[in-house]
Design a binder for this molecule. Structure first.
Ligand code: GDP
Ligand code: CA
Length: 312
């Protein structure tokens, strides 16, 4: 059964890892947000792709969910001595990957070719595809600091500024790589991972032509908001600042017209009726992926749920 998952970084990668344990290797493709990509110290960094790759390769830092396990930061310490920008946590092992990516891009490789190469080297069996080979930059409009590139908002300013809007520079020219088009054409199910709807999933959905490739497939999303809060990151804060009460229901409404099914946490069970009234079929399960067995359990639940939707 061919499945395509849409993912951002940490939240997306956790479910993608679960799906990878349940599906055969050639059954899973993950299309990943590249709106967070940026150039730092001359290096091309793709934070969400890196998080998904490290997680699938079992190389991610288990306590943060991003970055490498058993990492050291000698380079970062030296950068500080040179008063170089040190706000982005660049571990030494992570740095090696960025050096390789940057050089290959300089040699004329596309981001999807580079990603495929890095996946092969990390022995990742699933297909990980960037949403676009041309650059897209998520820009967060803020009340206090004006327009901020995403990583500056997210890491340098710790998501503190008030968001007034978001846009995606370069999105009109973005093109889903050929392998992504093929995987979506062949997909029997689409899963939207519990990633930030505003800045991880929205850019993927805005890639020209991508949404129409989803229109004849059953799409299931998993809520990144549990009990009105995010597990990590600014998604709930973004809903509030955009004038929407953060909840699983708010996420369902965000995806209205796109998804057939919506997976919420057991603690949000009472929201099932209002989700149903939007024409979306809800299911409540345990969605807090605090360990590997829960990731696998959620992946199984999501796949079984999408099976029932196919039969509708
Ligand atoms: P980022 O790109 O690293 O910020 O990661 P994503 O956009 O993929 O994921 C961020 C979202 O994942 C946040 O809104 C979190 O609430 C959500 N998230 C993280 N861990 C979990 C989890 O275990 N379960 C659920 N349901 N959501 C999670
Ligand atoms: Ca991200």
């Amino acid at each position: 059964m061919k499945v395509v998952a849409l993912a951002g970084g940490v939240g997306g990668a956790k479910l993608a890892w679960g799906l990878a344990q349940v599906l055969k290797n050639d059954e899973l493709t993950i299309i990943v947000n590249t709106g967070d990509d940026f150039i730092h110290l001359g290096l091309n960094i793709s934070p969400d792709i890196d998080t998904v790759c490290y997680t699938l390769a079992n190389l991610a830092n288990p306590s943060t969910g991003w970055g490498r396990n058993d990492e050291c930061f000698f380079c970062l310490e030296e950068l500080k001595k040179f008063s170089a920008p040190d706000w982005f946590n660049l571990g030494d092992k992570d740095l090696a990957l960025h050096l390789v990516r940057t050089n290959l891009l300089k040699d004329g490789w596309t981001l999807s070719q580079v990603t495929r190469y890095l996946c092969e080297k990390m022995a990742i069996q699933q297909s990980i595809i960037p949403m676009s080979d041309t650059p897209v930059s998520t820009l967060v409009h803020t009340k206090e600091l004006g327009v901020l590139p995403f990583q500056e908002y997210f890491v340098k300013h710790q998501c503190q500024p008030t968001m007034t809007g978001v846009d995606f520079e370069g999105i009109e020219l973005a093109e889903l790589p050929e392998a992504g088009v093929k995987s979506l054409n062949e997909a029997e199910r689409i899963i939207i991972c519990p990633s930030n709807p505003w800045v991880s999933i929205q850019p993927i959905l805005k890639v020209p032509g991508l949404r129409s490739l989803l229109s004849d497939k059953p799409v299931v999303a998993v809520s990144p908001i549990i009990g009105g809060k995010t597990v990590k990151g600014p998604a709930a804060k973004m809903f509030s600042e955009m004038g929407i009460q953060p909840s699983a229901f708010a996420v369902a409404q965000f995806y209205r017209g796109l998804i057939e099914g919506f997976v919420i946490d057991n603690v949000d069970k009472e929201q099932m009726h209002e989700i149903e009234r939007c024409g979306i079929i809800p299911i409540a399960v345990n969605t807090l992926m605090s360990d590997n067995s829960i990731r696998i359990g959620l992946a199984k639940d999501v796949l079984a749920f999408s099976e029932t939707l196919m039969k509708v």
